[in-house]
Design a protein. Structure first.
Length: 225
């Protein structure tokens, strides 16, 4: 699971970009990630933590529905508050209300699940396609992942691919995205957060990868008029 390091926060003058951690360990085999407004991300995480013991076990439909309904209550309250406060102004549009877009990943011998819960609390299971994306840069991420995703990819290659996806989204300038990049792994060895030294090594490999692609392109088209 990977993310950039910025989110949208509130201020008297309007929304601002601010540093934010978006990925958290919930239990020994569950990772939580979210995009959106800082306050709603925090509330979403608090809800998921309430279910942490249950989420460490079997994810049946009843459990997942209880999580979804609890999150829906939080998001509905945020929208109602937003509408009441901005009533009669252009800002009343609920599309301007603070949101959270949640991804939950579970990895155990019995279950491997990627669960996406959208801001309207519609949800989907994504393990069949092998990945999930959320937030303002999700279309960009989907585009890149389709090019690089293999049916079976080891963790080392996976870290490089997600680093490139996040780095590319930041460099393109999608609103609300920024450094630092945060990457976590979840597998048979448990959950691990990638440290600064490994991120620097990934950045070196990422730059080498880009240069190799440029060399291939120049070798094919460079001499043609």
């Amino acid at each position: 699971m990977a993310s950039d390091g910025q989110a949208t926060g509130g201020s008297a003058g309007g929304p601002i970009r601010m540093p934010s951690q978006k990925i958290f360990k919930i239990s020994e085999n569950v990772l939580f990630g979210a995009a959106g407004s800082v306050g709603v991300i925090q509330k979403s995480r608090e809800v998921i933590v309430l279910f942490s013991t249950q989420l460490n076990g079997d994810w049946n439909r009843d459990l997942m529905e209880n999580v979804r309904k609890t999150l829906f209550g939080v998001y509905k309250n945020e929208i109602e508050r937003h509408k009441a406060f901005y009533q009669g102004t252009p800002q009343q549009d609920i599309r301007l209300a603070p949101i959270a877009d949640v991804l939950l990943c579970k990895y155990s011998a019995e279950q491997q699940i990627i669960w996406h819960i959208a801001p309207d609390c519609s949800d989907e299971r994504l393990e069949e396609i092998g990945y999930g994306c959320s937030g303002s840069g999700d279309v960009f991420a989907h585009t890149l992942l389709k090019n690089y995703l293999a049916e079976k990819m080891d963790v080392e290659k996976g870290k490089l691919v997600v680093y490139r996806v996040i780095k590319g989204a930041i460099e393109i300038g999608a609103f609300g995205l920024g450094e630092p990049i945060d990457i976590w792994t979840i597998n048979n060895n448990g959950i691990k957060r990638i440290d600064r030294n490994e991120l620097m090594a990934l950045d070196d490999t990422y730059n080498t990868w880009k240069e190799m692609e440029r060399e291939v392109f120049r070798s094919i088209y460079g001499d043609k008029k």
